[in-house]
Design a protein around this ligand. Sequence first.
Ligand SMILES: CC(C)(COP(=O)(O)OP(=O)(O)OC[C@H]1O[C@@H](n2cnc3c(N)ncnc32)[C@H](O)[C@@H]1OP(=O)(O)O)[C@@H](O)C(=O)NCCC(=O)NCCS
Length: 159
Amino acid sequence: MHAKSIDIRTFASADTLPTIELFRNTVHVVGKDVYSKEQLSAWAPADIDAEKWKSRLAGAFTIVAWRSDKIVGFANLLDDGCVDLLYVAADHQGQGIASALLKTLENEATRRGVKKLYSDVSLTARKFFLAKCFVIEKEYSKKLRDVEFPNAIMGKVIG
Ligand SMILES: CC(C)(COP(=O)(O)OP(=O)(O)OC[C@H]1O[C@@H](n2cnc3c(N)ncnc32)[C@H](O)[C@@H]1OP(=O)(O)O)[C@@H](O)C(=O)NCCC(=O)NCCS
């Protein structure tokens, strides 16, 4: 199916649990050939605090992609141009959903006068951001719950 059939809306409180579930499942399924179990559990642990998650998403420009009444992806933009979260359901990968989400974030950033988008990108998303004309600005080892991750800061000038 093509991304044309998705609907993008802004985040609502009722999306809290479905987005947590999508996040956890995507990380563990899409990341399983790239990361160790220890890394996957540090990235997307079983005990995500729903209230903190809701505040994080509600406190940013957060959008949710829907198809057939199901959330199939979500993303958010911080005030400084950071693409903080970008996740697509494991069974909807490669259908242009992240492209549609990023386009919406980019349009919003442009509307706000933000000059550059950037993201702290995991190995599982590097090729996506390269395909979207982001460049690697810094490669580094990120520590999350005492576990190391090879990450990269990637950026793209917009507007
Ligand atoms: C990265 C991610 C969001 C991409 O979502 P997606 O909906 O599958 O991406 P799209 O279908 O819109 O792909 C867009 C482009 O990126 C390319 N791309 C995406 N993932 C790719 C991969 N793993 N390898 C190679 N190319 C990839 C596609 O070929 C496509 O190129 P095109 O526009 O030239 O045709 C998704 O794989 C994901 O959820 N990954 C796990 C979570 C994650 O790492 N999130 C980012 C946190 S920093």
